[in-house]
Design a protein around this ligand. Structure first.
Ligand SMILES: Cc1cc2nc3c(=O)[nH]c(=O)nc-3n(C[C@H](O)[C@H](O)[C@H](O)COP(=O)(O)OP(=O)(O)OC[C@H]3O[C@@H](n4cnc5c(N)ncnc54)[C@H](O)[C@@H]3O)c2cc1C
Length: 451
């Protein structure tokens, strides 16, 4: 009687045990000593065995890094990467292409060359996330179930939000936009090249949303000014930078430094100016300001569109439900471990993560190992103390041959990697060399899970 009762209870428990708990128990059994190791370095020595299925949505900087790190840490798992784009773009190089320093092919490669052995790549878009059913659906109608999901879909550029904007016309009539693609970054360079000869009104701006590499629009204003100076045509041009709020940069000390540099270089600043419309034929940009709409005529403009989560993410239960990151669909994760606050088997890394700072490849480098460590620990039925404190960096090019390597965290602390060697707020040649020569190899190593 007693025996039967126990069996009955066991079967009730096994019915309620979910697949994640089952996987944890299996991993705990097979991983043996690996379960006690907590640092990523230590754990990489012994692979953790598991039969879990991990889906990675998006195979850009964060998705590929995650796939490679997971492959190095786990054995027996099924990892599926899903992304329709076959090309891989080294986006930090877009600024260099638009500056005329690199050709468009400098930033182009293929996703496939970074996909680790054994990882399945599905070249499709995800159109629906159903976290309650632990599944995603692709454009062709496939439904793919997962035990863990890593969300790495980056962000989408919302050009449509700017009235009158036509992406096809980027590269014509002074309409530049280096964020769009390698081709349009190169087309933007062609416009800048012409503008540096003719002069006129150069208009720069940033959107009133979270954005990737918030330093890039500022860099581009400096680079334009430098090209004009080098051609002896600075006096022929008026340059203006339109900030979306009352600051040039989120870190106050950096804002002040940039404000002084803009003043020295005679680049005018408008605060609280948000691009709302553009007349491409008449070359007039219209900004919303606290005092109403303001028009600016331009001969050259670098349009930086609003940025939001991809529609499939925005329309799912995954974004923040309230607060500053809800409206644009940024995913509700814990800012220190990138784990979803409501769905513990989901992590979001890279630009899609709804965290206070850092939509940069530099953040990806520090976020992904933390998320991976928590995921692997979870597979083992363990916990991880890996912690991300918001590190991000911005190599702020101030002229050709000079940059400031600005690194900071969630608390606006400057966090220089080379204290005493590279001063964050000084315009240095060495910081320029890092941006133009060292960053790409570091980025590629990161994709391969080696950096
Ligand atoms: C002009 C410019 C300058 C920059 N400068 C710097 C810099 O100096 N330093 C720096 O650190 N960073 C810089 N960045 C930012 C950096 O490139 C990004 O922060 C980084 O690429 C983010 O990685 P991610 O994986 O989140 O997004 P991405 O690398 O953009 O990858 C996202 C992937 O998700 C895919 N995807 C989207 N939607 C779906 C879907 N529904 N289903 C499946 N897949 C999907 C996309 O196709 C894409 O491949 C710059 C970016 C730009 C554009």
């Amino acid at each position: 009687m007693q025996k039967r009762k126990v069996n009955h209870e066991e079967s009730a428990v096994s019915k309620t045990i979910d697949r994640r708990t089952f996987l944890q128990l299996s991993a705990a059994t097979v991983a043996g000593s690996a379960i006690t190791l907590s640092s990523p370095t230590a754990q990489s020595a012994t692979k953790v065995k598991s039969s879990a299925h991990i889906v990675i949505a998006g195979a850009g900087a964060a998705g590929l890094t995650a796939a490679n790190l997971l492959s190095k840490r786990l054995e027996g798992v099924k990892i599926t990467l899903i992304d329709a784009r076959k090309a891989h773009y080294y986006q930090p190089g877009f600024t260099l292409v638009a500056a005329g320093i690199k050709e468009a092919n400098y930033v182009e490669s293929t996703t496939a060359e970074y996909v680790p052995k054994g990882v399945e790549l599905i070249t499709e878009s995800i159109v629906e996330f159903d976290p309650d059913a632990n599944s995603v659906s692709t454009a062709s109608g496939q439904t793919i179930n997962y035990d863990y999901l890593i969300l790495a879909t980056g962000l989408s550029l919302d050009y449509e939000a700017i009235s009158g904007m036509d992406q096809n016309r980027i590269g014509t009539q002074g309409l530049g936009s280096m964020y769009h693609s390698p081709e349009k970054a190169h087309a933007t360079w062609k416009l800048l090249d012409k503008f540096a000869d003719t002069g006129g009104n150069g208009v720069f701006l940033r959107p009133n949303t979270e954005m990737k590499c918030a330093g890039a629009p500022l860099k581009y204003a400096f680079i334009t000014e430098d090209h004009l100076v080098r051609r002896g045509n600075r006096s022929k041009a008026n340059l203006v930078y339109n900030a979306n709020n009352n600051s040039l940069f989120g870190v106050p000390i950096v804002h002040e430094k940039l404000r002084m540099l803009f003043e020295q270089r005679d680049i005018a600043i408008n605060y609280n100016h948000i691009l709302s419309a553009i007349d491409i034929d008449k070359q007039i940009a219209t900004f919303s300001t606290p005092n109403g709409l303001v028009e600016q005529e331009y001969d050259f403009i670098n349009v930086v569109p609003p940025m939001r989560a991809a529609a499939a993410v925005r329309n799912s239960p995954l974004p923040w439900q309230s607060g500053p990151w809800a409206e644009d669909g940024w995913v509700e994760v814990n800012k220190n471990n990138l784990r979803h606050e409501r769905y513990p088997n989901i992590f979001a890394v890279g630009d899609i993560a709804g965290v206070p700072k850092g939509k940069t490849a530099a953040s990806v480098k520090w976020q992904v190992p933390v998320a991976v460590d928590h995921l692997v620990a979870d597979i083992q039925g363990n916990t991880s103390d890996a912690f991300y404190d918001g590190y991000t960096s911005c190599p702020m090019v101030t002229r050709l041959g000079r940059a400031m390597l600005i690194e900071f965290d969630y608390h606006n602390n400057l966090t220089p990697s080379f204290p005493g060697i590279i001063a964050p707020l000084e315009e240095l040649w060495i910081s320029w060399v890092m941006k133009t020569m060292a960053l790409k190899p570091t980025y590629i190593s990161m994709l391969r899970g080696r950096a």
